[in-house]
Design a protein around this ligand. Sequence first.
Ligand code: NAP
Length: 239
Amino acid sequence: MNKIVLITGASRGIGREVAKTLAQKGYQIIANYNKSEDQAKKLKEENINIDIYKADVSKRKEVHKMIQYIIERYHKIDILINNAGISESKVFTDVTDQDWNQMINNNLYSAFCTTQEVLPEMIKKKDGCIINISSIWGIVGSSCETIYSITKAGIDAMTKSLAKELGPSNIRVNSIAPGMIDTDMNKFYSNEEIKNIKEEIPLEKIGKTSDIAKCVNWLIEDEYTTGQVISINGGWVII
Ligand code: NAP
């Protein structure tokens, strides 16, 4: 039977590209989406091996129902990719409690909750691979994106802790921390700002979603990497 892969936030951007790449390699994908129904339906129509499921992954009940659906239909989950996320730029003193809750729930609670719901199945079969999409900003911090950076640092801490806890169950947990990747998330930047950013990046270009998808594929195939934060950023951040 094909390996079963759940990707959260796969209607657009990085998640969508990861879904397409892994589906072409023969994995059975469950592409989760929330608001972008038309794009999710198109993804399913245009690709074999892709099933779609609507759930707001910041809500425990919806995540629970999604995992139940996958287990009933496919009987297992081999690989989880916690990718869903939002970003917002705001001066720290302007951030409201509502902003805080929205960012924490969408970026961090979602990964906590989805991982918790998936794990019993992985632990039972003593096999699993979890890939969390964090960000360079969780590593080095970002002005006017403090809450976003907090969520991404939290994701990386979860990766490292879970790798230690789940290694004996043969479950590998890793983070991919992208630099700037060409998706809707960066649409608000002007051409001038993009030009300036490119000048700061040693490879002098913005990353493509396929750069991240290739790393996801490698992390799935590899058998001895766990607890790592792999940053794909064109040399923008070197630690
Ligand atoms: P994007 O193009 O804006 O896509 C975001 C995806 O997340 C969409 O498919 C969206 O689904 C989904 N999503 C958001 N909240 C959700 C929720 N509550 N439940 C289910 N799905 C949800 O962003 P992207 O650039 O691909 O980002 C993907 C991940 O990479 C994020 O975690 C982001 O923080 C991280 N990242 C991106 C960059 C970058 O430069 N692009 C850099 C570093 C890290 P719907 O539209 O269907 O709601």
